[in-house]
Design a protein around this ligand. Structure first.
Ligand SMILES: [Zn+2]
Ligand SMILES: [Zn+2]
Length: 162
């Protein structure tokens, strides 16, 4: 009985020591990891704020920078939730920046809205609606005629093909 109790308490003691040292190890690993991430930033390696994956900063098409970094794969989900939350001015600014980033690095095309026509989305990887830059979203050109760039809709679709 006595020896059993003794064994029990010494086992508990050993258990505590293991927990303490694993806590110290964790703290050290975390600290090292932060140092490594800082070092990677120095090397121009950046991290997506959504999926936490690392990307080479030298590839401008990998991460979209709008104050926070978002990788191309995370763009559709991120933009869907982000565009609802932003105010109009912020949304238009980010939307314009995203549209030109997609056109520059991901072969996105500007597609006119065709009224009454359901767009074919089978060959599309990602699409977003953006304000028409030619008429600033009014749908009309200076002379009051219908904007031919957006068919008067004031918006265009930015389409990234598959
Ligand atoms: Zn990502
Ligand atoms: Zn227009």
């Amino acid at each position: 009985m006595q020896s059993e109790l003794g064994n029990g308490s010494s086992q508990d003691g050993a258990h505590d020591r293991v927990e303490n040292s694993s806590f110290e190890t964790m703290a050290r690993v975390e600290h090292d990891l932060r140092d490594v991430i800082d070092a990677l930033a120095l090397l121009g390696i950046k991290r997506c704020s959504q999926c936490r994956q690392f990307f080479r900063g030298a590839d401008p098409g990998a991460l979209f920078d709008c104050g926070k970094l978002v990788c191309y794969k995370c763009i559709p989900d991120w933009w869907t939730s982000c565009s609802i939350r932003l105010g109009i001015a912020d949304r238009e600014r980010t939307e314009g920046k995203l549209a030109s980033w997609l056109r520059k690095y991901h072969h996105a095309e500007v597609v006119k809205e065709t009224l009454g026509k359901v767009p074919d989305t089978s060959n599309i990887e990602f699409q977003m609606i953006a304000r028409c830059l030619e008429c600033s979203g009014s749908g009309k050109l200076m002379e009051g005629e219908r904007c031919r760039f957006c068919n008067g809709a004031g918006t265009v679709r930015i389409v990234v093909p598959k």
